[in-house]
Design a protein around this ligand. Structure first.
Ligand SMILES: Cc1cc2nc3c(=O)[nH]c(=O)nc-3n(C[C@H](O)[C@H](O)[C@H](O)COP(=O)(O)O)c2cc1C
Ligand SMILES: CC(C)CC(=O)C(=O)O
Length: 378
């Protein structure tokens, strides 16, 4: 019998990993990782949206060999999942982004590094050198152009493949957990991309080198593309209108994202936003998704609705908190196994076999209705 392997005594799914991590982390860090903005409507809906779909399995398909691999940022990755950028991996574990990067490299998935990494970007990318994976560098543009350009040059020199420009943070969302907990960073954590910061408290100062640029417009995408050979992806698109403008502006890819519910509370869940974005893009550039992915079946559902690839932000943080690099590898093993199992049980032998008609969506009358081909582009 081809039963799933057991990797850990306590952790058999991402919900277990979250529970274990949350028992280890101090309350302030736990809430910083898990929390979102305001009433957490979007944070919670990111998860609930996946449960509004059910699977329509096809049987009597030869799934004796299931190929979960796919292409992402020029690499053949083990399965359609990688790590979203998240600030401050150092709050989860002393090995911080180095451990996350090693885990990604050893399991054959890509990683996007936050500008607010606690580890120098070149050291993070070095962990995956020669291992066939790709790294992208996130940029939340700040007011000071020199600082933005220095991050761009660092990413180019260190061999990053792309810049993921976060377009959903002209202003920081209101995160009540951070206010209530008086969130602050320990003094030992530094930000190599912002070397002028002497103490972590200064990251929220009035200094234009750390303040988000709130005046970004579509022409800035073209400016950025003129300044670098790296691919420019836009992270934080939620509407068909902006997806079309992103393509016109020359973006190399889009990540449908609401920043894990940490920016605009009440914004659409990413799975709900995905079909209109996919329809607007019409296959001209890749469309990726992050937000709420916790199971292999979530990845399957996002792909069935037209995403080319998914990312997770909190999952590697929980893995790190649980057991450092080993914990991050565990998270990847679990999600990879779950995805493979779902593919087999759905009658999909390769990623390209996943189609919208594999899904049924919850209708207002409480029944589930088949997702029709033209209702999700493809
Ligand atoms: C602790 C934390 C820090 C984050 N830092 C960044 C960041 O620096 N830049 C960014 O673009 N997104 C950041 N994000 C958002 C993630 O890239 C991603 O969009 C989100 O976590 C996806 O949702 P998920 O956590 O449900 O997978 C952060 C998310 C978390 C949880
Ligand atoms: C506040 C930033 C440093 C990181 C971020 O984007 C986030 O916490 O969501």
């Amino acid at each position: 019998m081809n039963r799933a392997p057991t990797y850990d005594k306590k952790v058999h799914c991402i919900a277990d990993l979250e529970r274990e991590a949350n028992q280890i982390l101090p309350e302030m860090v736990r809430d910083f990782f898990s929390g979102g903005s305001m009433d957490l409507l979007t944070l919670n809906d990111n998860r609930k949206a996946f449960d509004r779909y059910r699977l329509r399995p096809r049987v009597m398909v030869d799934v004796s060999s299931v190929d979960t691999t796919t292409d992402c940022l020029g690499s053949r990755v083990a399965f359609p999942l990688g790590f979203s950028p998240a600030a401050n991996h150092g709050l989860a574990h002393a090995d911080a982004e180095l451990a996350t990067s090693r885990a990604a490299a050893s399991k054959g998935v890509n990683m996007v590094l936050s500008s607010w990494s606690n580890t120098p970007s070149d050291l993070v990318a070095e962990q995956g050198r020669g291992k066939g994976i790709s790294y992208a560098h996130q940029l939340s543009a700040v007011k000071d152009q020199e600082t933005n350009l220095s991050i761009l040059r660092t990413a180019e020199k260190a061999g990053f493949k792309a810049i993921f420009l976060s377009v959903d943070c002209p202003w920081l969302g209101r995160r009540l957990n951070e206010m209530r907990n008086h969130f602050s960073l320990p003094s030992h954590l530094g930000f190599p991309n912002f070397p002028f910061i002497q103490s972590p408290g200064e990251m929220v100062s009035e200094d234009p080198r750390t303040q988000y640029a709130s005046d970004l417009v579509w022409s800035n995408v073209r400016d950025l593309k003129r300044r670098t050979k790296l691919e420019i992806w836009l992270k934080g698109i939620l509407t068909a209108e902006d997806a079309s403008l992103a393509v016109e502006a020359g973006a190399d890819g889009i990540v449908v994202s609401n920043h894990g519910g940490r920016q605009l509370d009440g914004a659409l869940s990413t799975l709900d936003a995905l079909p209109e974005v996919v329809r607007a893009v019409q296959g001209r550039i890749p469309v990726h998704l992050d937000g709420g992915i916790r199971r292999g079946s979530d990845i399957f559902k996002a792909l069935a609705l037209g995403a080319d690839h998914c990312w997770v932000g909190r999952v590697p943080l929980w893995g790190l908190a649980y057991k450092g690099e080993r914990g991050v590898r565990l998270a990847l093993d679990l999600l990879h196994d779950e995805f493979r199992t779902v593919m087999a049980l759905m009658g999909c032998a390769k990623v390209g076999d996943i189609r919208p008609e594999h899904l049924a969506r919850l209708a207002p009358d409480g029944t589930y209705r088949k997702v029709e081909l033209d209702s999700a582009k493809l």
